[in-house]
Ligand binder design. Structure first.
Ligand SMILES: [Zn+2]
Length: 489
């Protein structure tokens, strides 16, 4: 834990040389210049910046890096980075968390001080659904979409929070996922607390929160890596990946490198099976990834927020090896600033491709962000609770953010909804990013900076029935609502 406590956490490359020993990982902290870290950290997940997070760490202006293998340690030494050596012993997080603070059970408004074990996290979601059936519904996503269970037989769940929750209403679909990476233990706590506060806010009539719940269909997942989360609790508190069996006998794929978009770009995950960022045998090879994609595609997710730790930042699309065209790139950056300022966090670009948020954007055009929360994977319980409170205003801002354009594509004569492809001819997308209306309602939203944009609409479900048409829409900060009507050919 020593290194994690000073707030530096970064997996650099592989664990190959120590893979056989699950109980002891090398974790060596280095002080490097910014340039050297950038050279080194292609494919890495987290870079900690000293001015924000490493007060007790390296000298001003330098970065602190942790190497997790002897190989990386050597590489860093060769680059002239200085290296105080630590050894880190993994242990069940249940033991770590006991030493931090007792676990306190709770549903609504009962103070939860310590970390919440996986079964209790699930029980909180079940309790919310049971106690507030009009506003909270537990969905077994694996069962719904008939995707494979995880290798350890677990299903993935979201808690749907909305007024008239049993109905599928014509409202923006907002997804908040935590814990793609198992050891990032603050993130399930953020998710369950967010769910509790939204439900509580609705029930108690808090204007800000109840409007959010009334006007959106919000889906919250406290973990997208249940096998890994169990492993962290019961065996190894430093476990990051899922628990898939690799061909060389090692375990685990990095779920946030397994998504198809950018899976083989130059800043994608590692091909080394023992690496902390191993991207899997093929794009979307993992059950967890497949289940997320099925859900996101079916719900045509409008907004997607993915919680990780650590770094106290909000990250935007794409990573450096992929090109998000202007003016979208700048807009993503600007809005990251709006969300991060609610948390007193900083803005950073994405580290890598093959991750969840870029894939969600690719598949649905969703407003997608990732937040690296806190300054370590497993802060002491009191610090963790403080951080949850620090993060929630950013989550609210994200959920409440007015989409600059939203509306429907309809039949000009009957007003019937049309399932249609939406493209933006004035913006030069490089990878075939997709955007459609929601099939049953014709609804869509566009994440665009303020200004006029040409939108091209082509009906999909009945090709040739409707005349394709271009429209000019005016994106605005407060959100412009449009109805785009197609005439029959
Ligand atoms: Zn992560």
């Amino acid at each position: 834990m020593k290194l994690l406590m000073i707030g530096a956490a970064l997996a650099v490359g592989s664990l190959e040389s120590v893979a056989a020993s699950k109980l002891m990982n090398f974790a060596t902290s280095f002080t490097c210049t910014q340039e050297r870290v950038k050279e080194l950290c292609v494919g890495c997940d987290t870079i900690e910046y000293p001015q924000e997070t490493i007060r007790s760490g390296p000298v001003e202006g330098d970065f602190c890096v942790i190497a997790t293998s002897a190989e990386d340690e050597k590489a860093l030494n060769n680059m002239g980075c200085s290296s105080p050596l630590y050894e880190e012993v993994s242990q069940p997080f249940a033991e770590v968390s006991n030493s931090m603070n007792g676990v306190v059970k709770g549903k609504l408004g009962q103070g939860q001080l310590g970390y919440t074990p996986p079964a209790e996290l699930h029980a909180i979601f079940e309790g919310l659904a049971a106690d507030f059936p009009d506003v909270a519904q537990l969905i077994d996503v694996t069962e719904t979409y008939k995707t494979p269970a995880t290798v350890e037989g677990n299903h993935l769940y979201v808690l749907k929070i909305s007024d008239n929750v049993a109905e599928d209403e014509d409202e923006p679909n907002v997804l908040v996922i935590s814990n793609h990476h198992a050891r990032e233990m603050i993130t399930p706590e953020i998710a369950v607390t967010l769910a509790q506060r939204l439900v509580q806010g609705f029930v108690e009539g808090d204007e800000y929160l109840s409007n959010m719940v009334s006007n959106n269909q919000i889906y919250v997942a406290y973990t997208w890596n249940p096998d890994g989360l169990n492993h962290v609790w019961n065996a190894d508190n430093n476990w990051r990946k899922n628990r898939s069996f690799n061909s060389n006998g090692s375990r685990g794929v990095d779920l946030n490198r397994n998504y198809p978009f950018g899976w083989d770009f130059t800043c994608s995950g590692s091909t080394t099976q023992t690496s902390q960022t191993y991207k899997g045998t093929s794009p979307g090879s993992e059950a967890e990834t497949q289940t997320a994609m099925a859900f996101i595609k079916d719900r045509n997710i409008n907004k997607y927020l993915d919680f990780h730790s650590s770094g106290r930042d909000v990250r935007y699309l794409y990573a450096a090896c992929a090109t998000m065209p202007e003016p979208l790139f700048s807009y993503y950056q600007d809005v990251a600033g709006i969300i991060s300022s609610e948390m007193d966090y900083v803005v950073r670009d994405s580290c890598c491709t093959g991750g969840a948020i870029a894939n969600a954007y690719f598949d649905t055009g969703a407003m997608s962000y990732l937040s690296e929360t806190g300054t370590s994977f497993q802060p002491p319980a009191a610090a963790m609770r403080e951080e949850v409170e620090r993060v929630l205003p950013g989550a609210y801002k994200f959920i409440d953010f007015a989409m600059p354009v939203s509306g429907k594509v309809v039949d000009a004569d009957t007003g019937a909804p049309i399932f249609a492809d939406i493209t933006l001819p004035g913006i030069h997308f490089l990878y075939g990013e997709e955007k459609t209306t929601f099939p049953s309602t014709g609804s869509f939203s566009l994440f665009l900076p303020p200004g006029d944009f040409t939108v091209s609409i082509v009906a999909r479900d009945t090709p040739g029935t409707y005349e394709p048409r271009n429209f000019t829409v005016a994106a605005s900060e407060d959100g412009t609502t449009v109805e785009l009507a197609l005439s029959r050919a």
